[in-house]
Design a protein around this ligand. Structure first.
Ligand code: HEM
Length: 413
């Protein structure tokens, strides 16, 4: 059976929610609390994930074309990526928990339909992780350039696949109109009937929103790599007294190269993100499920305007980096300006995705009308209080780990 393409099935998208919120288990925390931590966790996940998603292909390109400074960039990034990946994966757990708390109906349906692909994330991430370690330990060694390159290539390939699976899962959650088709499609495998169960092979790659969603994330990821290159060159290269004048000069030359490289990458990334996001909004706008939102007092013009405004957000980093270059701003101002702009860009991007996700999911479960059962009594065993205490402790441990990295003796990278 062929899966009906998105453009066609949109006409049949749900206009009435599938589930009555009164029949569902109340959520264990206020909706604003869940959304706040989901957004916070996703911002942190994106910050790190962007660096490996677009960072590794850029490292590989620089290993081929970047000459002396490109190799230094590769050495610095590859050495940092295993740690960045550890942070990024752990930060990914935060939005995952909140996703499962409120959006469990569409989330489980989507990930069961695509179960094999979803489970593939685990081996793919493991292979990527080991490959990154191999690259990190071999980079900079003259006889191991090919090994470094190959390990980077394997890691990048696996991570590109994981990104596809993630984007697909998030898209399918918002497309309940295609779920029945995918379920039917997975009813027989190798001539055997699944008797109502699913074989978990449901991937509808004809959904045209997929590649634009993927592209917008990749473009944003490139802008994050641009920001990180500058932050790393300006702040993380130690300005040690014991360095020779040649080493200090080489550091300054690398900083200049990093600034130029970042400006180019940030503009290219911005164009990719904006173009893909523009096309993505085109599909989102035509989805009839949004009529529900407008009936509830939403303003369609304002909705479209705000989404189109988000299109320009990925350029924030590029503008900041270009100004820093043109006006010869100092290291600290450049690094803090780029950090602020990138954080704002990522946060607005995540909020806009959350907004779209809420509207899409409301066709399955009207989340605004879900009952809340905030368990605050007894105070000391309240899950909410336990969560907040553990969250604070976790944040303190991360701050301590970053401090340990900052004060650890550094080799002259
Ligand atoms: C293995 C641990 C990981 C976990 C627990 C995790 C978790 C998540 C979660 C929960 C989201 C959705 C957030 C939301 O909608 O609020 C997400 C999005 C995403 N993740 Fe991860 N992630 C992991 C690893 C990765 C890896 C290795 C990549 C590879 C690049 C990746 C790429 C993405 C992308 C591209 C999105 C955006 C999907 C979209 O909304 O279109 N993640 N991740």
């Amino acid at each position: 059976m062929t899966i009906i393409p998105h453009t066609f099935t949109l006409l049949f998208a749900q206009t009435a929610p599938m589930f009555d919120p009164a029949e569902l288990t109340p959520i264990p925390a206020p909706l604003w609390f869940v959304q706040f931590f989901k957004i916070l966790g996703f911002v942190l996940h994106l910050l790190a994930m962007n660096l490996w998603f677009a960072g590794i292909p850029l490292i590989l390109l620089m290993m081929i074309f970047g000459q002396k400074y490109g190799m230094r960039f590769a050495k610095r990034m590859f050495s940092q990526l295993p740690i960045i990946m550890a942070f990024g994966i752990n930060f990914g757990i935060v939005p995952l928990l909140f996703l499962q708390t409120v959006y469990y109906k569409p989330f489980y349906t989507a990930t069961i339909l695509m179960a094999w692909h979803w489970m593939m994330v685990i081996p793919l991430v493991m292979i990527a992780y080991y490959s990154l370690y191999i690259a990190a330990f071999s980079v900079g060694k003259e006889k191991k350039v090919a090994q470094t390159f190959l390990a980077g290539l394997v890691a990048s390939g696996c991570l590109f696949l994981v990104a596809y699976i993630m984007v697909y899962a998030m898209s399918l959650m918002g497309r309940p109109d295609t779920m029945a088709g995918l379920w039917q499609h997975g009813q027989t495998f190798a001539g055997t009937d699944a008797a109502g169960a699913t074989y978990g092979l449901g991937i509808n790659s004809s959904d045209p929103t997929l590649w634009y969603r993927y592209g917008s994330m990749f473009g944003l990821a490139a802008t994050t790599v641009a920001f990180w290159t500058v932050f790393d060159a300006m702040i993380l290269i130690p300005k040690r007294r014991e360095k020779t004048p040649e080493e200090l000069r080489a550091d300054d030359d690398y900083r200049r190269w990093a600034g130029d490289f970042a400006v180019v990458v940030a503009w290219i990334g911005g164009v990719i993100a904006a173009t893909c996001f523009y096309r993505y909004i085109g599909f989102v706008k035509t989805n009839p499920v949004f009529s529900g939102f407008f009936e509830e007092g939403g303003n369609p013009e304002l909705f479209a305007c705000l989404l189109y405004a988000v299109m320009f957000v990925p350029f924030l980093g590029a503008i900041a980096l270009t100004c820093a270059k043109l006006f010869h701003l100092g290291r600290l101002i450049t690094a803090s300006g780029a950090t602020l702009c990138q954080l704002i860009a990522i946060t607005i991007f995540v909020i806009s995705r959350q907004w779209i996700q809420n509207l899409e999911i409301s066709q399955v479960v009207p989340i605004k009308h879900l009952a809340e059962n905030t368990q605050m009594e007894p105070f000391y065993t309240s899950p909410l209080v336990v969560f907040l205490v553990l969250f604070l402790l976790g944040a303190l441990v991360i701050a301590w780990m970053i401090r340990q990295m900052a004060i650890a003796p550094k080799s002259a990278l």
